[in-house]
Write a protein that binds this ligand. Structure first.
Ligand SMILES: *[C@@H]1O[C@H](CO)[C@@H](O)[C@H](O)[C@H]1NC(C)=O
Ligand SMILES: *[C@@H]1O[C@H](CO)[C@@H](O)[C@H](O)[C@H]1NC(C)=O
Ligand SMILES: *[C@@H]1O[C@H](CO)[C@@H](O)[C@H](O)[C@H]1NC(C)=O
Ligand SMILES: *[C@@H]1O[C@H](CO)[C@@H](O)[C@H](O)[C@H]1NC(C)=O
Ligand SMILES: *[C@@H]1O[C@H](CO)[C@@H](O)[C@H](O)[C@H]1NC(C)=O
Ligand SMILES: *[C@@H]1O[C@H](CO)[C@@H](O)[C@H](O)[C@H]1NC(C)=O
Length: 452
């Protein structure tokens, strides 16, 4: 840089002996050009850059922890998922991007006595957004059950503002699903968490997620994850181990360099991680590294709540053991004496082969494993409901809010996203929800399980 300037501004040799008076018109033109460059163009470029950074600084960011509490469950929650979602969707003026496993919101209208209206009202909010000209994109997993496809097919016919792409993981990477659940609005507001775009997830299943308003920095970052899904949607070509991505899908925010953002008036760091590895442009932290990070950094306390836990591959033939996560938990207990409380969601479809691992972890002196069981509702049961589907971890210094079950497949071949932060208020609020659950009448000791 310095050498370049020297080269351009060695005037005597260029302008000759006569100095400035004998300058030719072309020399004047050259001079004027550099003058413009220095005095006008460079400052403008620098100001723009500053402006860009300022624009993404989330000074007025707000977070809300959203929960779904199954009907009739006696747990208080200030902010319910469907209310937060409607607020989010109604805030859209330009764009709404939805990443989901499947969408069965409208079906809620068939179950009025089961709070099915929660889902139906979210579906109506999506239609309202399309009506007012919001461009809506939906990235959805390829689902074999036609009932899982009713909503997106309806929406495609409903408005030309709605576009859908389907991700076929079997073709793309040989296994897995799009298991993510998030929504991004106007590159400014977003939700990420455990709730599926299913009326059941709003009324009959227990869920936890985070809603962020006015945070362009993070909303644009999760938008990059959406762009990856959009790039692979409706394609069938098998992916390379390291597919090519546009440069603008790379992220600067990750485990080593979290974004510093102001949420609810307090500044702290946040980063978003994703899985599987093939879906990660430069800079993106893997979901697995994010969960290992919170476990490995816990010093005094670690609270874990998840629906399914198994140190193995669930969807491979035979028994394929996978110790990575389990070892980290055991190490936190044995090596660092961390007080670990682990709450697992048990329901009618929990695989009994998981029990041996719950029991074995529970034997460690600083680990307690318990089961959260959602009792039946009054009257007729709705299949595949009444379960604690939340997936998160909170330590004395960090919080991890996830969309994946904790088994190998989810980190290796399934698309998921986690929200990671050191923000005290987020940590405290999530810890409060955990403590409420842990001390509730729905939490049971492992002694209720059959003997092995
Ligand atoms: C969360 O709940 C509080 C108290 O009920 C309410 O004032 C606020 O608007 C809610 N936030 C969202 C995002 O729904
Ligand atoms: C959910 O359903 C129950 C009836 O089982 C009803 O009492 C309750 O008001 C409903 N909740 C809302 C928010 O509509
Ligand atoms: C993607 O494929 C689905 C059908 O498989 C189709 O309905 C949809 O319009 C396609 N999306 C785009 C953007 O081409
Ligand atoms: C266990 O934790 C310690 C300290 O936190 C770390 O140095 C060590 O590498 C860990 N071991 C394993 C097997 O993860
Ligand atoms: C779970 O199974 C038990 C025993 O078969 C049954 O009574 C109960 O209704 C089932 N619960 C749900 C939500 O399907
Ligand atoms: C994991 O989570 C999904 C829904 O999020 C659930 O349907 C599934 O049964 C869970 N368990 C396993 C073992 O995959």
């Amino acid at each position: 840089m310095i050498n370049e300037q020297k080269r351009y501004f060695e005037p005597t040799s260029k302008f000759g002996k006569g100095g400035i008076k004998s300058m030719k018109p072309w020399q004047w033109a050259l001079c004027a050009f550099f003058f413009l460059l220095i005095v006008i163009i460079i400052p403008i470029a620098l100001t723009n850059k500053k402006h860009e950074l300022k624009q993404y600084d989330c000074k007025d960011g707000e977070f809300t922890i959203l929960e779904s509490i199954p009907q009739e469950l006696d747990l208080e929650s200030a902010n319910l998922t469907h209310k937060g979602w409607i607020k989010l969707i109604d805030s859209a003026t330009k764009t709404l991007d939805i990443a989901c496993f499947y969408m069965t919101l409208s079906e809620g209208s068939d179950y009025p006595d089961a709070n099915g209206s929660f889902g139906a009202s979210v579906f109506d909010a999506i239609k309202r957004a399309a009506d007012r000209g919001v461009k809506i994109r939906i990235a959805e997993n390829k689902n074999n059950y036609e009932t899982d496809n009713i909503d997106y097919k309806y929406l495609l016919g409903y408005s030309k503002n709605i576009k859908v792409k389907i991700l076929d993981f079997t073709k793309l990477i040989g296994a897995g699903i799009l298991h993510t659940k998030f929504m991004v609005v106007d590159k400014t507001n977003f939700y990420v968490g455990s709730a599926n775009m299913d009326w059941r997830s709003l009324a009959q299943v227990k869920e936890l997620g985070i809603l962020i308003f006015n945070c362009e920095c993070l909303a644009r970052d999760i938008g990059k994850i959406f762009s990856v899904y959009w790039q692979f949607g409706n394609t069938t070509k098998k992916l390379d181990q390291h597919p090519n991505f546009d440069d603008d899908l790379a992220t600067q925010w990750n485990i080593g360099n979290p974004a510093s953002v102001t949420l609810n008036s307090k500044k702290n760091s946040v980063f978003l991680a994703s899985s599987p590895p093939e879906f990660s442009p430069t800079g993106r932290t893997q979901d697995l590294d994010a969960i290992l990070h919170i476990i490995n950094n816990a010093e005094s306390s670690l609270s874990l709540e998840v629906m399914d836990y198994m140190p193995a591959y669930l969807y491979q033939k035979g028994n394929v053991y996978w110790p990575t996560l389990d070892t980290a938990i055991r190490n936190a207990s044995f090596h660092r004496n961390v007080d670990i409380r682990f709450l697992i969601g048990k329901w009618n479809h929990t695989r009994p082969e998981m029990y041996q691992f719950f029991k074995s972890l529970n034997e460690l002196s600083t680990v307690t494993v318990k089961l959260f069981i959602v009792p039946d509702r009054k009257g007729k049961q709705i299949p595949f409901t009444r379960v604690n589907h939340a997936k998160y971890a909170v330590s004395e210094k960090q919080v991890f809010i996830d969309t994946s079950n904790w088994s190998a497949d989810y980190f290796m071949s399934t698309a998921g996203v986690s929200f990671n932060s050191y923000h005290k208020q987020i940590i405290n609020q999530v810890q409060d929800r955990f403590d409420r659950d842990w001390n509730s009448k729905y939490t049971h000791d492992l002694s209720i399980l059959p003997d092995l």
